[in-house]
Design a protein around this ligand. Structure first.
Ligand SMILES: [Zn+2]
Length: 158
């Protein structure tokens, strides 16, 4: 069974339709209206803190993808939680549920599967290209043939 890591949008949009869900305390803190709080009380949702070492890893990744300034502290911690759960139970069993493009971009960077809450899949609007971290060239491989740096994924408009 898949484990879903969910952001606050899943609660606000009443899309928490899964059995096995995890979030972080910071997401719960964003739920302030009474209706959403009531909805939250009906869910079988595990709220877990995230280990600092995964937060550091998420921040390092966000710097590399260039998303670091677009991500809130909560966003970073949510990704960190997804990395942590992936490490524990395997990447194939974890899905991050979010409509936030920067979170999705970073999830992609870490090889974490994600699904949109409402919007149609990101791949329809954007495509992903491999770009050299060193010289910025668009490349096909994981290592740049020109300067030998690692490739990172970049989202570009189609
Ligand atoms: Zn290069």
């Amino acid at each position: 069974m898949e484990t879903y890591i969910i952001d606050s949008g899943v609660i606000f949009l009443r899309k928490a339709l899964y059995e096995n869900m995890i979030t972080i305390p910071e997401v719960i803190d964003e739920i302030k209206d009474e209706d959403s709080k009531f909805y939250l009380s009906l869910l079988n949702l595990r709220v877990e803190d995230v280990d600092d070492k995964y937060v550091k890893k998420a921040i390092e990744g966000a710097k590399k993808t260039g998303d670091v300034h677009r991500l809130s502290n909560t966003d970073i911690k949510l990704i960190a939680k997804a990395i942590e759960v992936c490490e524990k139970i395997g990447k194939d069993k974890v899905i991050l549920l979010t409509d936030d493009y920067s979170i999705q971009n970073l999830a992609m960077y870490f090889g974490i599967k994600f699904e949109n809450v409402v919007q149609k899949t990101i791949s329809k609007v954007f495509k992903w290209v491999k770009v050299c971290k060193g010289c910025g060239r668009k490349i096909e491989d994981d290592v740049c043939p020109v300067c030998g740096s690692e490739a990172i994924l970049r989202r570009v408009k189609k």
